[in-house]
Design a protein around this ligand. Structure first.
Ligand code: CP
Ligand code: NVA
Length: 305
């Protein structure tokens, strides 16, 4: 039976730590100019049911750098548009390719595809989670600050897919998430890890940021929350990451944002364009983490060189 990468809750600490180590190693070898093409003849299908810049480019570039090729699919240009089921799509597509990445809305739709797929499936974002993003972010933290074990990660803003992946990562890798969300927009208790020692709630962004090693947020227009966007955004105004919030954190705290960002809304320009921000490293590390992930899913663990 093949492996999938659908939600961090299915992963062990050993597996995630291996992937992080391997991603850092593959990145340094790539930067040193080494050519590594273990995927000659392999094909990745990428199905996007939502817009993307980083996820598309990082998977497509990663596959090419490893010697394989990729096929971009979206709902409006496939038979999904004509209501072919996701299960039949999975049965057909997975007989022709080696690996599939999907970005979709309901997490159950990703799971339905994976159930019928003959090849590994990767979650490229659902309404419930964004595991590749958070693993790239943790890789960025490790590069700058060393182990994330015992660290405090502060989440400011409404709860969404990215936060849920942070919570699962915290429960597996042993760090703490401080959450400050607008009233009515905090976590859904059915979507979080059983281990509630890994997160705490704070009323104000400044209280949540106290002692933080990393402050992170996301835009106020998340996928899956389309109906009440105006209300969600108007309730969020107090939850901007700005210099006051960053001053409450540790002096060397990092700022992260999965992007796309909206300056003047969830984050001030001073913070996202300032010295504590590592948002471009995060974006780049999507590439390196996903190369390690694709290698792991297709070839297993490689502890060599
Ligand atoms: N962070 C992220 O997943 O970006 P895209 O939506 O551009 O893929
Ligand atoms: N929470 C955002 C992440 C975008 C990468 C969304 O779901 O749109």
């Amino acid at each position: 039976m093949h492996k999938n990468f659908l939600c961090l809750k299915d992963c062990s600490a050993d597996e995630l730590n291996y992937l992080l180590r391997r991603a850092i190693k593959l990145k340094s070898r790539f930067k040193a100019g080494e050519v590594y093409r273990p995927f000659e003849g392999k094909v990745l299908a990428m199905l996007f049911e939502k817009a993307s810049t980083r996820t598309r480019v990082s998977f497509e570039a990663g596959m090419a750098q490893l010697g394989g090729t990729s096929i971009y699919l979206n709902t409006s240009e496939t038979q999904l548009k004509n209501e072919e089921t996701i299960e039949d799509t999975a049965r057909a597509v997975s007989r022709m390719v080696d690996l599939v990445m999907i970005r979709t809305g309901p997490h159950s739709r990703l799971e339905a595809f994976a159930k019928e797929s003959e090849v590994p499936v990767i979650n490229g974002l659902t309404n419930d989670s964004h595991p590749c993003q958070v693993m790239g972010d943790i890789m960025s933290f490790i590069e700058k600050r060393g182990s994330i074990k015992g660290a405090v990660v502060t989440w400011i803003g409404d709860a969404n897919n990215v936060l849920y992946s942070w919570l699962y990562a915290a429960s597996i890798l042993g760090f703490k998430v401080h959450i400050s969300a607008p009233p009515g927009y905090s976590i859904n208790p059915t979507q979080v890890p059983d281990n509630d020692d890994c997160y705490d709630f704070f009323l104000s962004p400044e209280e949540a940021a106290e002692g933080a090693d990393l402050v992170t947020t996301d835009n106020w227009r998340s996928c899956g929350y389309d109906e009440n966007q105006a209300k969600r955004q108007s309730k969020s105004a107090r939850w901007q990451v700005n210099e006051t919030v960053m001053k409450a954190a540790k002096p060397d705290a990092l700022f992260m944002h999965c992007l796309p960002a909206f300056r003047g809304q969830e984050v001030s320009s001073e913070v996202i364009d300032g010295p504590q921000s590592v948002v471009w490293d995060e974006a780049e590390n999507r590439l390196h983490f996903q190369k390690a992930l694709m290698e792991y899913l297709l070839l297993g663990r490689i502890e060599d060189v």
